[in-house]
Structures are given as structure tokens and as C-alpha cells.
Design a protein around this ligand. Structure first.
Ligand code: PMP
Length: 407
């Protein structure tokens, strides 16, 4: 992507021209949440100003229009992930709710005492705790795939963990701390050899690499709208139709029912069975707008440009004395976690902030990973396609100043 193209893109994101402490903002916290292009915010405004009405139940014009928009958004998401059927797309509040849904409903249908769930050492808390809760509820065991010193999954160890007791495997497509792009297709193939389904946490993948759920053969694939330039409070669960039909509803309420009698309730068909209550139909339509925005640029193009930023940033950071980059996998997304000497990551983050640079510090909701590395946390810079090499220069220059101050 050439400079002018990026400059034009940046104009779609008004927040990028904000000043913080009277300094130009450098926003490198994209793995936590991304900024929103004007078209997404305008879509939200349009939804509330032009066709806001509760969906699915109304006979009147506005309700039908809102329903059409929400259902069209479902089709956009299905196409984005290349799902076979639009009914396989369930709107949730985000990745976290989608994983909780599967951990609960799949657990109710298929899990029993003595069974096992496999996750990996680099999971976000959202892909740990719901499975631990399932394990506690059912008397099951959580198994953890280890990684090597570069932050890549140990596939041989994974093979050894797969047994007749394994009920489901749940792993991140991309690690939010290490940036590692996991070989999920291979993980799925190995699990499927033993008829074990796989959930892929795609929160950090969909904004950065093209995802095709049919090609991956993922049984469940989840992501959050806010990490892909969409609004907060909306996310997606993709599930293969046969799995979604085989597991019970997660929440009860309006919309997910066919008939309700005090004696017995029957449930609605997919996808409504999993969408109890008034859904976030404004959020879903704005998410669809964000996906169109990303698709218009092109995910292949985004991936290539962000890789350039990753390589550029990695090279410059490695020139700093005492630099230790955490996560050096061969396949890496645009996330750089690091430590400098013995300086606490929090101190670096605090001082960078005062220079206008937004990075994240701490355990990044992956405490078991941070503990396994025996470090206090990391400083994490994560790039999006609206970031530039000039911003990386600014960041590295600021970091050098900060390191001198703290050494
Ligand atoms: N999984 C991963 C890999 C993440 O990076 C995140 C967000 N940091 C989540 C899950 C949780 O996403 P959300 O808070 O949007 O539900």
C-alpha cells in the first residue's frame, strides 16, 4: 500500500488526528480494540435515525426494514467467513460470549465426568475460564498444549494429548500476546482424525488475515466486532449447522422460542435458537459495514502491509540495548510484545503514554502464559493497516528516551 493510500485511509478514522497531552497520537493498541472508520459510525447513526424498531416481530415498515438490515448483516458475515449457510452465523456480544455459549451448550450435550478439553498455553482468559467452568461443572480435566521458546505450539505434544477422553479442542488462531499464527488447519485435521470438534478463537485473526471456515474445516469459529473496526458489544459465533442443531440453547427468552406453554417450551430454528432477547441489530449492521470496509481494502493487501510494519518495527526495536522480544514465531501477526532490561513494562507504558504513544502493558488477559514465561508482563505494540512506518519511528525514538530515563 503506498503512502497516499494509507493517508487516505487515515482520513476515514477521525480519532487518528486527535492530540493527547498536546502530542500527536500514535495508536498502537489495536490488539485491544481498533478505531472506527466514519462509515461504521455513520451506519450506527443511520440505524438509529432512519430505521430503528425492534426486529422480527413487527408488521410495520420500520420493523421490517430493521429486520432486513440485521439479516443482511448475517449474510455479510457468512460471506466474510465463507460459511456454507447464513444460519450458521449467530450474533453474540463478542468472542467471550461466543466461547461461553459453546462451552455451556456443547458441555451440556456432550460432556461427562472424566472427559477432557484441550486448550493451549497461549490462550486469552476468555478461552480458558469458560472451559474451566465447564470442567468444574462436569468433573472434567483441562489439558494444555505447550509451546516452544519462539512461542509456537508443540504439535507432537498436542497429538499425545488427543485421546478418546477428549471432547473438544479450543485454540486461538492468533495469540494476542505473542502474535503467533497457530497452524489451526493442522490442529483441526489432527482432531478430526479422532472425530473431535475444534473451536477457533479468531479474535486476533479476522482483522489481519483472510479466514475461510470451510477451508479450515472449523467446527466453531468466533470473533469480536470491535477488533475488526466494528462496534463494541457485537460479535460472532460461526458453528457448523449439525453442531448447532445438536446442542441446546444457551439462554432462554424471546425470539429463541417456537411455542411457550407453562408445561413445555419448544425452541426456534437456527440461528434464532441462540439469539434470545432483542439482538443488537444496530451493532450487527454496523459490523457488516466494517467488514465491507475491510474487504474493500482487501485482507491480502492488509496482511502484506501489516507484515511490513511488523518487520520494520521488529528490526528497529532489536537495535535497542537490552531488548527482549517475547514471541518470535515464524508465522506472526502484527503484534510485538517486549521487555527492555529489567525495566517494568508498566513504567515504559506510562512514560510512552505521556509522549502520545498508546501501547498496552501487563498480562494481556493471558496470565498463565505470562507466568509460564516467568516475566512480569510485557509492553505490547500492535499495528493496524492505518499505522505507518513514521509512527513506528516516533515510537522507537520515544522508547529510547524512556529507556534512558528508566535505566
Ligand atoms: N481472545 C483473544 C485472542 C483476544 O485477544 C480477546 C480480546 N483481547 C478475546 C478473546 C476476548 O474478546 P472480547 O473481550 O471482545 O470478548
Amino acid at each position: 500500500m503506498d503512502k497516499q493510500f494509507i493517508q487516505n485511509i487515515r482520513e476515514d478514522f477521525p480519532i487518528l488526528s486527535e492530540k493527547v497531552y498536546n502530542k500527536e497520537l500514535v495508536y498502537f493498541d489495536n490488539a485491544a480494540t481498533t478505531q472506527k472508520p466514519k462509515c461504521v459510525v455513520e451506519k450506527i447513526e443511520q440505524g438509529y435515525y432512519r430505521y430503528n424498531a425492534n426486529i422480527h416481530r413487527g408488521v410495520h415498515y420500520l420493523s421490517q426494514k430493521a429486520t432486513e438490515e440485521h439479516e443482511a448483516a448475517r449474510t455479510t458475515v457468512a460471506q466474510f467467513l465463507n460459511a456454507e449457510k447464513r444460519e450458521e452465523i449467530i450474533f453474540t456480544r463478542g468472542t467471550t460470549e461466543a466461547i461461553n455459549l459453546v462451552a455451556f451448550s456443547f458441555g451440556e450435550a456432550f460432556c461427562h465426568e472424566g472427559d477432557e478439553v484441550i486448550i493451549s498455553v497461549m490462550e486469552h482468559h476468555s478461552n480458558i475460564v469458560p472451559w474451566q467452568m465447564l470442567c468444574e461443572r462436569k468433573g472434567m480435566t483441562l489439558k494444555v498444549i505447550p509451546m516452544n521458546e519462539r512461542g509456537e505450539l508443540e504439535i507432537e505434544a498436542f497429538k499425545a494429548l488427543l485421546t478418546e477422553k477428549t471432547k473438544i479442542v479450543s485454540i486461538a488462531h492468533v495469540s494476542n500476546v505473542l502474535g503467533t499464527v497457530n497452524p489451526v488447519k493442522e490442529v483441526i485435521r489432527l482432531a478430526h482424525e479422532k472425530n473431535i470438534p475444534v473451536l477457533v478463537d479468531g479474535a486476533q485473526a479476522v482483522p489481519h488475515i483472510p479466514v475461510n471456515v470451510q477451508e479450515l474445516d472449523a467446527d466453531f469459529y468466533v470473533f469480536s466486532g470491535h477488533k475488526i473496526y466494528g462496534p463494541t458489544g457485537i460479535g460472532v459465533l460461526y458453528g457448523k449447522e449439525n453442531w448447532l442443531n445438536a446442542i441446546p440453547p444457551y439462554q432462554g427468552g424471546g425470539e429463541m422460542i417456537q411455542t411457550v406453554r407453562f408445561e413445555k417450551t419448544t425452541y426456534n430454528v437456527l440461528p434464532f435458537k441462540f439469539e434470545a432477547g432483542t439482538p443488537d441489530y444496530i451493532g450487527s449492521t454496523a459490523l457488516a459495514e466494517a467488514l465491507r470496509y475491510v474487504q474493500n481494502i482487501g485482507l491480502e493487501k492488509i496482511a502484506a502491509y501489516e507484515h511490513e510494519l511488523l518487520e520494520y518495527g521488529t528490526k528497529l526495536l532489536n537495535e535497542i540495548d537490552g531488548m527482549r522480544i517475547i514471541g518470535t514465531a515464524k508465522e506472526k501477526s502484527s503484534v510485538i510484545s517486549f521487555l527492555v532490561g529489567n525495566i517494568h513494562p508498566y513504567d515504559i507504558g506510562m512514560l510512552l503514554d505521556k509522549l502520545g504513544i498508546a501501547v498496552r502493558t501487563g498480562h494481556h488477559c493471558a496470565q498463565p502464559l505470562i507466568d509460564s514465561l516467568e516475566i512480569p508482563g510485557t509492553v505490547r505494540a500492535s499495528f493496524a493497516f492505518y499505522n505507518t512506518k513514521e509512527e513506528i519511528d516516533q515510537f522507537v525514538a520515544a522508547l529510547k528516551r524512556v529507556v534512558i530515563m528508566l535505566s
